[in-house]
Design a binder for this molecule. Structure first.
Ligand code: F6R
Ligand code: ZN
Length: 191
């Protein structure tokens, strides 16, 4: 294949050219927010757009990379900030690099062994998510939280563990600022 040159437009995070443009709306986030009642109330109003991902669809051969932009819009469900679903890579031992282009967010991360970490991202900060760490982008700011990411093209995505168990920690707003708290709904055994 040939080299691919990209343009990332800010604000907005549009990546051109791209082959996929994922739009995740509130109804696709069922069960992810700790305040189910706040979730239902917000959803009853409108099925709003929570985040978008532009990606370049490279071949998934070992050695190749995927890359794109992730745009988490500002907002909250109750006291919990808008965020991505979050996932492990299906090929667990694959890493990912994120580079913050715009906004203010956190990457919430955890391992199956019980380790967790939340790293703050503002423009100019880069983050290495090591192999075997689940990761979720959380927008704690008032504008779009935009990151550039790249990861091995054969990684795949495993959403199941996070969908059933959730992350150990959440980020909620307290006195106008983000606070990391235990997830009251976290299911240790996944059941
Ligand atoms: C790819 C990756 C990001 C996310 C994106 C949306 O491995 O980590 O491109 O896919 O931020 O989040 P999810 O995939 O959790 O809906
Ligand atoms: Zn990933």
């Amino acid at each position: 294949m040939k080299p691919i040159l990209e343009k990332i437009t800010l604000p907005g995070g549009l990546l051109n050219p791209h082959q996929t443009h994922l739009k995740r709306v509130l109804s696709a986030m069922r069960g992810q927010y700790h305040d189910e009642q706040a979730y239902q109330t917000l959803l009853a109003g409108a099925d709003i757009l929570v985040y978008e991902v532009y990606e370049v669809l490279t071949p998934d051969t070992p050695g190749d990379l995927r890359h794109g932009t992730s745009i988490v819009h500002p907002g909250k469900v109750g006291d919990e900030y808008f965020m991505t679903k979050g996932h492990y890579h299906a090929l667990l031992e694959t890493a990912e690099v994120y580079y913050c282009l715009q906004g203010h967010g956190y990457m919430m991360m955890e391992t199956p062994e019980g380790d967790w970490s939340a790293e703050e991202l503002v423009p100019g900060m880069a983050l290495y998510v090591p192999p075997c760490w689940a990761h979720r982008s959380i927008n704690v700011g008032a504008q779009d939280f935009i990151t550039f990411f790249t990861y091995p093209a054969n990684s795949g995505h495993d959403y199941g563990a996070i969908e059933t168990r959730g992350f150990r920690k959440l980020i909620v707003v307290r006195d106008g600022k983000p606070l990391i708290v235990d997830n009251p709904n976290w299911k240790k055994d996944g059941g």
